[in-house]
Design a protein around this ligand. Structure first.
Ligand SMILES: Cc1ncc(COP(=O)(O)O)c(C=O)c1O
Length: 476
């Protein structure tokens, strides 16, 4: 795609013309019918905190009432609307459940917001590494046996932070995980950025907020039809200090929250309460038919059955995770072909997979269109003798934390070339984006294989934040 020098408004209009079917955020998929009254009257809805409205930081009126309805819908003790995305929800939750110097246990393939909380909160971190499956180039579920062992080995851990489902739709047994965490008297925080819809459809894996998690952060703009940036946070047990959480949110959120965003959360939750079960069920039905057709042809597309056969607990069947690696097409290439030839935009791609969101705003025909296009691309590539060779994804190399993340981040540092960085302590994050999972964290000693890994990602036109012009930041 050529990069033209156009500004935002023209750029957005151009994007709209180029994309016919969207499997990316926001979850309303730009279909006007769901948010219609809000979408069509933005100038009316854009009000602020004044006489007769409410205050997000100390809600007593319309915001409070909406939060109570959201809690009811999700079965939570208390809910918050977060207007700065789940990143803010995650950071506020972690900092509310800890004090500087505390240890937390973190699933290593978690989102960068978790790491940002470690720096901001002055925390110490232990990692639970997910089970990497080399054949499929994918992190499968975390092992609950390993989770328990970590809690035995590191009794100082105060909070456990797990991602459920992952960006790739993989789910562990959330009820069992909560039982284990509570057996050792720890707090369980679930980053459910990709799971705000689970609550609304009985065919999907259970929602964390109904399965024993103590605090849950969700991106309603990802898997619910709310506007971009709008998220929610649910407190589900007495293990969470809600007063401290409210104070953290007041510290980290704007004092001018958008009523448009907040209203969109109300509308999205109401929509899901009314239509979620029916619409998601129809989409899952089509998903099952089409993924079976593709798997019968030999295409590597993730399904619940396939993941269960491979030892995972469950799969979110609203996630299209497709690899044409076997016929020499990388995830990034698949994403590009879908966009340029079929006007379909996926959410993200890595070396092997292209990943798309399916939400209640989609219709079964959208899903059919996506998988039929993939089928066509696969068959064309299969019949083409000049196809590229298969790529392999390795597990992110495990690194040693030499100094604390916070000290490394605030240290005197310098920019060096990637070659010179080997053996040095990183002062910044190196993050392939998307999905936003750090390859290197501040304070870790950089290995040659990590740099090779980053270069292989860059060579496939996938962004790696933290490396610019072959340079990265290390501690002096
Ligand atoms: C697992 C996970 N957690 C948190 C976030 C942050 O969510 P938001 O973009 O709403 O800030 C993301 C974003 O992609 C994510 O993938």
């Amino acid at each position: 795609m050529s990069i033209e020098k156009i500004e935002l408004i023209d750029g957005i209009k151009k994007f709209r013309q180029e994309v016919k079917t969207s499997f990316h955020m926001p979850g309303h998929k730009n279909k006007p019918n769901i948010l219609d009254e809000i979408g069509n009257n933005l100038h009316d809805y854009d009000i602020t905190e004044t006489l007769g409205t409410d205050n997000l930081h100390f809600p007593t009126g319309m915001i409070k009432n909406t939060l109570e309805s959201i809690s009811k819908s999700y079965g939570a003790k208390k809910s918050y609307i977060v207007v700065n995305g789940t990143s803010c929800g995650v950071i506020s939750s972690i900092m509310a459940c800890t004090s500087p110097g505390d240890f937390i246990l973190v699933q290593r393939d978690c989102h960068k917001s978790v790491y940002n909380a470690v720096i901001l909160g002055g925390l110490k971190v232990e990692y639970l590494y997910p089970e990497f499956n080399r054949e499929h180039g994918l992190n499968f579920s975390v092992s609950l046996e390993k989770l328990e062992q970590m809690l035995i080995d590191y009794p100082k851990i105060k909070l456990v932070v797990l991602t459920y489902p992952t960006f790739y739709g993989v789910c562990f047994d959330i009820k069992k995980a909560a039982e284990i965490v509570h057996k050792y008297d720890k707090i369980l925080m679930i980053d459910e950025a990709h799971g705000s819809h689970l609550n609304f459809c009985s065919k999907l894996p259970p929602a964390a907020e109904r399965s024993g998690a103590d605090i849950v952060a969700q991106s309603t703009h990802k898997t619910l039809p709310a506007l971009t940036q709008s998220s929610v946070l649910h407190v589900c047990s007495d293990r969470v200090d809600v007063d401290k959480l409210s104070r953290m949110l007041r510290m980290l959120q704007t004092t001018s929250p958008s009523y448009i965003l907040m209203a969109s959360v109300q509308r999205a939750v109401e929509y899901m309460d009314k239509y979620g079960e029916e619409r998601l069920s129809k989409n899952i039905e089509m998903f099952r038919i089409k993924t079976k057709e593709l798997r019968d042809l030999g295409v590597n597309v993730l399904t619940d059955e396939f993941l269960k056969e491979n030892g995972c607990h469950a799969f979110d069947e609203t996630r299209a995770v497709i690899s044409l690696n076997d016929v020499g097409i990388t995830g990034k290439e698949l994403e590009t072909i879908l966009r340029e030839k079929y006007k379909i935009q996926m959410e993200m791609s890595d070396l092997m997979y292209a990943v798309g969101y399916i939400t209640a705003a989609d219709d079964p025909e959208d899903i059919e269109r996506l998988f039929d296009s993939v089928k066509e691309i696969y068959l064309d590539a299969k019949n083409d003798d000049s196809q590229n060779s298969r790529v392999y994804i390795e597990e992110f190399p495990h690194l040693t934390q030499e100094i604390s993340m916070k000290n490394a981040f605030y240290s005197d540092n310098e920019l060096v070339t990637t070659e010179e960085s080997v053996g040095r302590i990183s002062s910044d994050f190196i993050i392939p984006y998307p999905p936003g999972i750090p390859l290197i964290c501040p304070g870790e000693i950089i290995k040659e294989e990590t740099i090779e890994y980053a270069k292989s990602i860059l060579a496939n036109n996938i962004n790696v934040n933290g490396i610019e012009n072959n340079k990265l930041r290390v501690v002096k």
